[in-house]
Structure formats: C-alpha cells, structure tokens
Design a protein around this ligand. Structure first.
Ligand SMILES: [Zn+2]
Ligand SMILES: [Zn+2]
Length: 343
C-alpha cells in the first residue's frame, strides 16, 4: 500500500510499504479521507509526541477492510466489511493513576495513531477495534471532522456549564468554526469569532449565528481593545490560533472572573508574559484543553443531531502521493480551510 513515511523530522517520502494484517482485536481500515490540521505541521517538525519513522494522519475516516478475531468497535458493536467508521486516534493505558481516576486524557502513557503509531495518510490503517466508531450514514465531508469535534466535545465537558456565557474564539480555522457551533449547542448566550482572515470568517458566519471580528495581525493588543469596544468583555475566552501574541493578550478581553482557555497548539518553545497580579486581582482562570480519549460518541451524536455543519469548510483535497503539496497549502495558502488527503 502507499503511505507517507517520515524517516526523521522534516523528511518524508510517499512509498510502498507492506499492508498490515489485523491480529486479534484489531481491524484493518481502508482510508477514504484523512484531514490535516496544524498538529501535522508540529509533527513535521518532530514535536508533539512524534515517534519516527512516522506515518501521520490522526483525523481518519474509512471502511472496514478486514476484521481480526474478537474485534468489536468502541461501543462493543460488531464490525462488518465495508462499514464506514471513524478512528479515535487516542488511547490511554487504563492503569496509571490518571486512568484509574477516570481522567484518561491525562494518561502518562497517552498514545496516538498518527503520532506514536502509523496513521491515515496511507491506503490502510491498522486500528484496535475499540478505537473505531460506526459512522454509517454520516456524510464523508462531515465524518472527516470527527476527531477535531471529539476534542471539542471534551473541551465542552471541561467548560460545563456554559449556559448564558458570552464567549469569544480566536482563530477561524476549521477547529474555531466547529467550536462556535458546539458552544451554541452547549447554551452559550453569544459567540464571537475573531481572525484576520475575512474569507474564513465569512465561511463561519454562514454556518451558525455568531458575531465576527476582523483582527489586525500586526496589532494584536489594538485589535483586542477594538474587540471589547464593539462587543464588551467575555465570560469565556478561547484561543484556537496557537499564536503566542494572541495567547498573551487574552486577559485583555476577559470579564473579571472569566475563564481563559489555551486550546490552539503553540510552539513548544513559546513563552508569554502574563501579570500574576492581574490574574489574582480579577480572579481569572487560565486552563488548557489538549485532546480527548472517550469523546467520540458525543461528537457523533452531535453530528447525527444535525447541529453541526461543515459545508464549505473543505477547500482542498489531495491524493496521498501529493502530500508535499498538501503540506505547502497547509502552511501558506490563505484560501485553504480544511485540507483532506484522499486515496
Ligand atoms: Zn488534528
Ligand atoms: Zn494511563
């Protein structure tokens, strides 16, 4: 089968590798679509728990190609060849202190398909059955957003309750756009999406009733001041940009007693300066939200409810052999929204 293979950070080829055989409990999935996101750029640089050699791809939809002995899906259901499934890339050890406290996303041996083991930028992926979820009847262009949506469902759990909260999200990438819809579903009274990219803001505004704000990327503090002037300060402030300049300015737009969430992936080496006196005096809460382990059922239920729309989000599709072009678009193409790798 064809697969993207990184032998070391920054250096990959698309080549033929042996198609894996499913052992007991495992399932071979034929990839039908695999989404790219900013995490793939971090993996490209060797950050983010990357294990080499590596085949990335952690947002994968596919069809069951072969079922190993005794394999069932994440809901304990039977799997049949040809069935559409989504892959939960994340797994925990189920034995460490965090896992036994039922907080598996904090697991000390957290592992990811597409970062620690081979992922979906390949014709086939080998997956433990328990990490598969039935996606029968869900449009492929929605199903491919299952993994980022599951991470958002986990964040919604952490932010519960959101009823009556005013929320601002920085970053109108696919994750920011999905976030605004999950926030509305969770009962936020108002949601504003802020980004310098007017194209991405306009796509988001077509999908759900939100306010939008065009930032000036060269003057983040000035943009923050103008944002508060227009909408007032916010109960919940979420960064989905991973840009240090934005992260640093978040307290500026929070109401006293507000919650600030680091959700975007910054560079591992980034440092920002925050006034501890301001956090103390204004009783601000700063929290991180990293990933999910057990939130796929929530994401799929949201999809099946009809509350989540992704029309217009996928702007670029590349066959796996053109992975290099896809990376270039992810890095620099301002008209690229979601980029999807297809067989
Ligand atoms: Zn991702
Ligand atoms: Zn664990």
């Amino acid at each position: 089968m064809r697969a993207v293979v990184y032998d070391q950070p920054g250096s990959f080829t698309v080549r033929d590798v042996p198609t894996p055989e499913p052992g007991s409990g495992d399932v071979l999935v034929r990839t039908t679509a695999a989404g790219m996101c900013g995490t793939d750029l971090h993996l490209h640089e060797g950050q983010f728990l990357a294990n080499f050699p590596l085949t990335p791809g952690h947002e994968t939809v596919g069809e069951v190609a072969a079922v190993g002995a005794d394999a069932t899906d994440g809901d304990g259901g039977a799997l049949s060849v040809g069935q559409q499934v989504v892959i939960n890339p994340n797994s925990s050890c189920r034995a460490c202190a965090y896992c036994t406290e039922e907080r598996p996303w904090l697991c000390e041996s957290f592992a990811g398909i597409g970062s620690s083991t081979p992922g979906g930028f390949a014709d086939y992926v080998l997956v433990p059955g328990a990490q598969l979820f039935d996606a029968t009847g869900i449009d492929l262009d929605l199903a491919v957003f299952a993994e980022p949506s599951a991470c958002i469902a986990h964040l919604m759990d952490r932010l519960h309750p959101l009823t009556g909260c005013s929320v601002v999200v920085f970053g109108a990438g696919p994750t920011g756009v999905l976030l605004t819809q999950f926030l509305r579903m969770a009962g936020a009274s108002s949601v504003v999406l802020a980004d310098p990219n007017e194209f991405k803001l306009s796509v988001a505004a077509l999908l759900s009733p939100i306010g939008t704000f065009v930032m000036n990327r060269h003057d983040v503090p000035g943009s923050m001041a103008a944002l508060v002037e227009k909408f007032g300060a916010f109960d919940v402030v979420i960064d989905a940009t991973g840009k240090a300049a934005v992260v640093e300015s978040l307290p500026q737009v929070a109401r006293n007693g507000g919650r600030i969430v680091y959700y975007g992936v910054t560079d591992e080496s980034d440092l920002v300066s925050i006034s501890p006196f301001e956090i103390f005096r204004r009783e601000l809460t700063i929290m991180g939200s990293f990933t999910e382990v057990d939130s796929f059922p929530d994401a799929l239920a949201a999809f099946r409810s009809g509350a989540i729309r992704t029309d217009g989000l996928i702007t670029h599709r590349y066959p796996v052999q053109d992975y290099g072009d896809a990376l270039e678009a992810l890095r620099g193409d301002r008209t690229a929204h979601k980029i999807v790798i297809t067989p």
